[in-house]
Design a protein around this ligand. Sequence first.
Ligand code: DGY
Length: 323
Amino acid sequence: MSKSHSVWVSRPLFPEVLAHLAEYVDVRVETTERKHTPSELREKLADVDGAIVALSDRIDGDVIAGNRRLRVVSNLAVGYNNFDVPALTAAGILATNTPDVLNETTADYAWALLLAAARRVSSAERWLRAGHWRGSMRFDDWLGVDVHGKTLGILGMGRIGQAIARRGYGFGMPVLYHNRSRLPEDIERECRATWVQKAELLRRADHLMLVLPYNAQNHHAVGAAELALMKPTAVLVNIARGGIIDDAALAVALREGRLAAAGLDVFEGEPVVHPALRECENAVLSPHIASASADTRRAMAQLAADNLLAALGYGPNAGHPPS
Ligand code: DGY
C-alpha cells in the first residue's frame, strides 16, 4: 500500500535502515554511489517530502528553487557545509545532521593518522610491498618523530576535538587548544586541555589536529603564514574538512621539510587531491573515512533515518504509527 510520504535516498544504505524507513514512508534509493549534479538533485527532490543525502550532494537555493513539497533534508554526516542553511530555512525546509554518534570513532582515526604520519607507516609499507626489504637495514633508516610525551595542539574543540583531547592523557601529552570560545572549566579539566591563542597554539604544538567546522571564516585557516609558525618536527592532521588547509601551501611546507609530516583525511576539492600533495611521501592520505567503522556508519545511517522520520511526524512522540 502506498504511504503518505515519499523520500529519496541519494546512495545505497544499510538494508536494515532502509527497511526501517520503508515501514513508514515510500522509499526511492539510488543503487549506485556517485555525486549528483544540481539538475539531478533538483529533479530527484521535486516530488519527495524528504531526502537522505551525503556530503557530495550540495543542497542550495538553486536546487530547491520552486520546490513546494520538500520538508526535510537529512545529512549522513555531522558536518553540513554541503547545505545552504539560510536558503533551506527561508524555504521552510528542515536540515538535520548526525552529531555525537561518530565522535569517538573519528577521534580514533585522528590518532591513527597522527601515529601513521609520525612513524611513517604508509611509506614503510609501500617500500616493503615493493620488495625493497632485502638485506639488513641501516640503524638510522625510517626515523620518525615521537608522539608520546609531546604537546598536542587541537584547533577546534567541539565534541570530536574533546574526544581527541581525552586520548592525549594515555600518551602522556599535555593538550593545548584553540576555539572561538573557551570551554567551561569542568570540560577543560576533564580533557586536561588549556586554551591558548591560535598563534601560540601553532608555535607551541608538537603535533596539531584540525577539528574545525568548515565555513567562510575557516577557509584556509591554516595557510602559508600559519604553517610558517609551526615546528619543523610537527605533524599536522586534518580530519575536519578540506578547505581548512591551503593544500598547495601545505605541499610546499612538506616538500621543503618545514613540517615533518601530515595525516589528511579530507581535501579541498575532494575527491580530487592536489597533485603536489600526492607527491609528498611524508603525507598519509585517506579518502574521507574518519567515521567509517561498521558500527558508526550504521549508527549514522540510523540517526539520519530517524531524523528524517521525526521531521515528517513519525516516531515515538509523533503519534504517527507506520501507515
Ligand atoms: C562528517 O560526518 O561530517 C564526516 O566528515 C563524514 O564522515
